[in-house]
Write a protein that binds this ligand. Structure first.
Ligand code: FAD
Length: 390
């Protein structure tokens, strides 16, 4: 193999280049990305960038030292075996890394609607978050909560509209409702069970026919994997690029990583597509190994964090409907958490609010698969690692 093409110049793309070089690949690497920027991190976009603390989040990676042919503003349009069709012509490859990430879902309507995925989105939105502006955030998920936090800090009047019964429902199920009080405490109007029909001029129209007047509307209702360019290519798609546990796709010599990849998880016995920074960081090592002929297995305990309403919220695992056990009182304590227990009293997932040690220890317990004493676990004064049973 003497030419690898990496499509998508986000974190997963640049980490793939680094991983290939770290494994001694000495051939040509071409990295194409449709954005104008060098690879950058997205988590700060809804945190320090929106809050005004940073203007750039470029990944600390020396593209010159990596001897990568980086081509910004070049998009892949199609794929056939051995050839990527791009907006600048065809690129032949012996190895291909698909790292095209995901794109935000937009709602219907003619009104101005902001989403937050790119540094350009973040800088444009930041300029509109001025004191007294009426900001409506559609969706009380991770991004919605962080945007609402930044808007309120900037002095905006903030309304958050959520179709579900509580915030963070998609990720945490009913447990997410424990964070609902944070909205009122921050002086925001959180409207649960409220569906937006369309985003019109002047603000969102709700499903019940009413309207919320807004100067700025931000839609944070999720993303879809950016895989349209692979249609008809022979790469199997099903909510992203389908891969095996080595991150190999259905086409020989083609691997997929990051937000666009739906990999087979041995740990969970099902396919997972995880839109987390940690996945974009860690999966490329396994994908590079697979491309170069080794059989490493990708099988992490997924990990995510969010900074919202002054709280550090961290989550690891996959709760899969496990039984939630509270650690602390969300109504009274600044530090609390939830452990989801599988039927055999092993830890399936952990949520840690301002309890970083719970996250670290919980993640290890999920990896190790030890049985836990649920009564001890329910006592937040007992360290998680001291809850194992012999
Ligand atoms: P991306 O970062 O989406 O990169 C893919 C790149 O491919 C993009 O630059 C895209 O333009 C390009 N591309 C797409 N299609 C094509 C094409 N056809 N041709 C060429 N290029 C193409 N995760 C956490 O764990 N914690 C957080 O706190 C957190 N906060 C976040 C905040 C925001 C605002 C956002 C948007 C995401 C956040 N995430 C967070 C998620 C995390 O950033 C993503 O999981 C991560 O960026 C995924 O990296 P990726 O390289 O797979 O995809």
């Amino acid at each position: 193999m003497n030419h690898v093409v990496v499509v998508g110049a986000g974190l997963a793309g640049v980490r793939s280049v680094e991983a290939l070089r770290a494994r001694g690949f000495a051939g040509t690497i071409t990295l194409i990305g449709e954005e104008a920027h060098r690879p950058y991190d997205r988590p700060p976009l809804s945190k320090s960038v929106l809050l005004g603390g940073a203007d750039s989040t470029i990944v600390d990676s020396d593209l010159d030292a990596l001897e990568v042919d980086f081509r910004p503003r070049v998009a892949a349009k199609g794929l056939r075996p051995g050839v990527v069709e791009t907006t600048e012509g065809e690129l032949s490859y012996q190895g291909l890394v698909i790292a095209t990430g995901a794109r935000p879902i937009r709602l219907r309507g003619e009104g101005p609607q902001h989403v937050l995925r790119t540094i350009d989105d973040a800088l444009a939105l930041r300029a509109l978050l001025t004191a007294g502006s009426r900001v409506v955030v559609v969706g009380a998920g991770w991004i919605g909560a962080e945007v609402a936090t930044a808007a309120r800090r900037a002095g905006c009047e903030v309304t958050v509209v959520e179709a579900g019964a509580g915030p963070l429902a998609a990720a945490l199920g009913p447990v997410g409702a424990y964070t609902a009080s944070w909205y009122a405490q921050a002086g925001m109007d959180l409207r649960l069970g409220t569906a937006v029909a369309s985003v019109d001029l002047g603000g969102p129209a709700l499903a019940d026919g009413s309207r919320i007047e807004a100067d700025v509307v931000v839609t944070g209702v999720g993303v879809r994997p950016s895989v349209e360019w692979l249609a008809g290519s022979g790469v199997e798609l099903d909510d992203g690029v389908v891969t095996d546990e080595h991150l190999r796709t259905s086409l020989p010599g083609v691997v997929a990583v990051g937000d666009c990849a739906a990999w087979w998880s041995r740990r969970y016995g099902r396919r997972l597509r995880v839109e987390h920074w940690d996945t974009a960081l860690s999966a490329p090592e396994v994908a590079a190994a697979a491309l170069l002929g080794d059989d490493a297995v990708y099988d992490p305990v997924p990990y995510f964090w969010s900074e919202q309403f002054g709280h550090m919220v961290q989550y690891a695992g996959h709760h899969g409907g496990g039984r939630p056990v509270l650690r602390g009182d969300p109504a009274a304590d600044a530090r609390w958490g939830v452990c989801w227990m599988a039927e055999d009293d092993r830890l399936a997932a952990v949520l840690a609010v301002n309890r970083p040690r719970d996250l670290l220890q919980g993640r290890r317990l999920i990896e190790g698969g030890q049985r836990l004493d649920v009564d001890r676990l329910a006592d937040p004064a007992v360290a998680l690692r001291d809850c194992t049973v012999a």
